[in-house]
Design a protein around this ligand. Structure first.
Ligand SMILES: Nc1nc2c(ncn2[C@@H]2O[C@H](COP(=O)(O)OP(=O)(O)OP(=O)(O)O)[C@@H](O)[C@H]2O)c(=O)[nH]1
Length: 339
């Protein structure tokens, strides 16, 4: 199954929330024909947005339509806020949809197309795969709260890099949690990648240093370093992360080359707070969003992109090794609105 099919199939809780929300908005106050003008249809559809909107659109003549007015915009805004886009983003998206269309009679399909387009416009600049550098080892520091999906993401990424012919090494930097280390070892085995561990409770920075030394000696392309996610004591965590960075910079002043923040989509708006917090703790260079399957809160991705503009490198839609892929703005936007 292609990742897009998987995304569309697994994003159903978010997409039905938005898709059905849009159906309800249009059907709440259907405008009888022909009280108000419809969206103008060009004579010859030419593909792209115009073609999708007016030419090949599956919108049938009998589809209910509602004239775009302030009340409809307010409904749209409320629905988007409830779908976790956040107030600012919902306002901006709604205003853009309204521009030049007041009074037009829109079908739900047309509204979905318009919304997908607005979402894609916000998300396209942040849809950037994890950049790969010629530097060996490229050091990828992985941060995020416990349970966000760091271990799983490291395992999935390691497996994909291996498949792409890269040699990868993992350092289990959450040395306090034996279970976290074990999980990482299991993922390492699955991905066919060595996992460096240290005694429970030992200094993660010292493990990071040893891992750097080994990765350099073995000529590894990538070193992925897992970290603890205890936000209960921010000061400790900040010092721990700062020390890891200090120590690996003794080996390579340009490291870490990426600091990935892993976020759990099911936390909704809380993901925004986590970005704020981790940006104070570490120099976050990009995001990975996990658990988009089984949550109705996928809209938070749009809020994240709109608020922070940080690259979104990958998204996770399940627990299996191939359930992570690069983030594609158009695929995501269309899947999210239920198209
Ligand atoms: N449904 C779903 N579950 C996921 C996804 N990514 C991770 N998980 C699950 O989320 C749980 C936590 O993931 P971990 O990778 O262990 O999270 P972590 O951030 O390393 O957490 P700690 O090990 O507690 O620090 C596990 O049960 C994973 O299987 C995803 O994309 N979808």
């Amino acid at each position: 199954m292609s990742f897009f099919s998987k995304l569309r199939e697994r994003l159903t809780r978010s997409s039905s929330k938005i898709g059905e929300g849009l159906d309800d908005i249009v059907e709440a106050v259907p405008t009888p024909v022909p009280q108000a003008p419809e969206e103008p249809k060009p004579a010859a559809p030419s593909g792209g947005l115009v073609g999708r909107l007016f030419g090949t659109s599956p919108s049938k003549p009998e589809e209910p339509r509602r004239a775009l007015d302030d009340a409809m915009l307010e409904d749209l805004e409320d629905m988007l806020v409830q779908a976790d886009l956040g107030v600012d983003t919902a306002l901006r998206v709604t205003a853009n949809i309204a521009e030049g269309r007041m009074g037009r009679r829109l079908s739900s399909t047309e509204l979905k197309e318009l919304l997908a387009d607005e979402i894609a416009r916000i998300m396209t600049p942040v849809a950037r795969p994890l950049p790969l550098y010629p530097r060996k080892p490229q050091v990828v520091l992985v941060v995020g709260v416990n349970g966000a999906g760091k271990t799983t993401t490291i395992g999935k990424l390691a497996s994909q890099f291996r498949t792409a012919g890269k040699s990868v090494m993992i350092a289990a930097g959450d040395t306090f949690r034996a279970a976290a280390v074990e999980q990482l070892q299991i993922w390492g085995q699955r991905a066919g990648v060595p996992v460096m561990v240290a005694a429970q409770g030992s200094d993660p920075a010292s493990l990071a240093y040893d891992a750097m030394t080994r990765a350099e000696a073995e000529g590894a392309d990538l070193l992925m370093i897992d970290t603890a996610g205890r936000l209960q004591n921010r000061q400790d965590l900040m010092e721990e992360l700062a020390k890891i960075v200090r120590v690996i910079r003794k080996k390579d002043p340009s490291a870490p080359h990426n600091t990935l923040l892993v976020l759990d989509a099911t936390t909704g708006q809380n993901a925004l707070n986590q970005v704020e917090t981790f940006r104070q703790l570490a120099d976050v260079s990009g995001l990975v969003m996990t658990k988009l399957d089984g949550t109705a809160r996928g809209g938070v991705m749009v809020a994240l992109a709109d608020r922070f503009g940080l690259p979104i490198h990958a998204i996770g839609v399940g627990e299996q090794i191939d359930d992570l892929d690069a983030f594609d703005a158009n695929d995501f936007a269309r899947a999210l609105v239920g198209l």
